[in-house]
Design a binder for this molecule. Structure first.
Ligand code: PLP
Ligand code: COI
Length: 361
């Protein structure tokens, strides 16, 4: 299963003017490049037919298992234009590994890392012109894998499709780096013990949509979920991990419980915060600790992090009947320093001591 991909170039790519207009103000997840990557897997033949083809609709049998039983996983990572002119990825090996973990949990076939990395290189080679430069822009890459066998019996699909699409990206939140407000979901959890919370599967996001709607109805940008058993411990947001900065400089993030997604940004921040001289701790953080810590100033900053949202300060936590405000204005000093350390590496402005930056070939 050595990786080689063929490329069928799009005979009708967007014009330079159209592409430039999109890259000038890409937003998040609304525009897509001229190509996509596709590969197939069958029980008999394993992974095969790796190809870059023109971006376009997928013809799908209505009985495809993914449409009925949600056997699907995805990844999210970004390609950055560096000052050297190179296009680089940030820790894509971690995405490859997480995708294999997610595949195991969803009874999907594991994609070899060489195929994961090769698929991204092949797509970027075809769509190099779509990697934006300037500002905090990037090309967001969305690898995904789904059950494509036409069969209604409930068992792992014998036919699977892996694909990668790419979308030029600016800020995930319209407000840029302004603090976001968080709604506390007490009626719903995102993931339960023994469930799929630690896997990056579409079903987790489907489960977060109703509470997210509830949060928006209460004037909030995002929802925070508590653990499903005790309804006491902070887990994460619908699409981001959380960090708390204590007044003694210690940085705390909820420990991985099996129902939290292990963010690659989270892991990178644990290391970078250590580099910046902070003590970093992974442990359980209770809802009460958040409320009282903000009120008595033992928690001085809170931020959320993820590939799409990078590092975003948390301004307030709201619930039915109250709120606590951690910042009304700009991001705090520690949040800002960590954010800069991370994006300077991602955008090739700082020396990569950890070997995290991988130029595309
Ligand atoms: N938690 C959830 C539920 C997510 O969807 C994401 C985004 O990918 C994260 C955390 C952060 O993960 P990463 O830093 O790997 O993007
Ligand atoms: C990401 O940060 O890549 C995510 O997956 C979050 C969200 C867009 C689903």
């Amino acid at each position: 299963m050595t990786f080689t991909a063929r490329t069928e170039l799009n005979p009708n790519p967007r014009s330079d003017a159209e592409r430039d207009a999109i890259l000038a103000d890409p937003g998040f997840g609304t525009s897509f490049t001229d190509h996509m990557f596709v590969a197939d897997w069958t029980l008999e033949d394993g992974w095969h037919d790796a190809r870059v083809v023109p971006y376009g609709p997928i013809l799908m049998d209505p009985a495809s298992a993914v449409l009925h039983y949600a056997q699907e996983i995805f990844e999210g990572l970004k390609a950055y234009a560096h000052p050297s002119g190179e296009v680089a990825l940030f820790r894509p090996d971690q995405n490859a590994e997480r995708m294999r973990r997610s595949a195991r949990r969803l009874a999907l076939p594991e994609l070899p890392d060489e195929w994961f990395l090769g698929s991204i290189d092949a797509l970027i080679a075809a769509d190099r012109a779509w990697v934006p430069s300037g500002g905090e822009k990037s090309l967001y890459l969305r690898p995904f894998m789904y059950a494509s066998e036409a069969f209604l019996g409930v068992r792992p699909s014998a036919k699977v499709t892996y694909s990668v699409i790419a979308s030029p990206a600016g800020a995930y939140f319209k407000g840029g780096v302004k603090p976001v407000s968080i709604w506390l979901s007490t009626s719903y959890t995102r993931a339960g013990a023994g469930g799929t919370g630690a896997a990056k599967c579409g079903g987790n996001y489907a489960a977060s949509l109703l509470p997210q709607q509830e949060g928006i109805a209460h004037g909030c940008d995002q929802v925070v979920f508590l653990d499903s058993i005790e309804q006491t411990w902070i887990e994460e947001l619908g699409g981001m991990n959380l960090f708390f900065v204590q007044s003694d400089g210690t940085i705390v993030t909820p420990e991985l419980t099996g129902s939290i997604l292990e963010g690659i940004t989270r892991g990178s921040i644990l290391t970078l915060a250590g580099d910046l001289g902070h003590e970093v701790v992974q442990r359980r953080v209770s809802l009460d600790e958040w409320r009282t810590g903000v009120a008595d100033d033992t928690i001085t900053e809170i931020f959320a992090c993820g590939t799409a949202a990078v590092v975003t300060p948390v301004g307030r936590l709201k619930w039915d009947g109250g709120e606590v405000v951690s910042t009304d204005g700009d991001a705090g000093q520690v949040t800002t320093a960590i954010r800069s350390a991370l994006i300077d590496l991602q955008y090739g402005r700082a020396e990569d001591h950890h070997g995290w930056v991988r130029p595309t070939s």
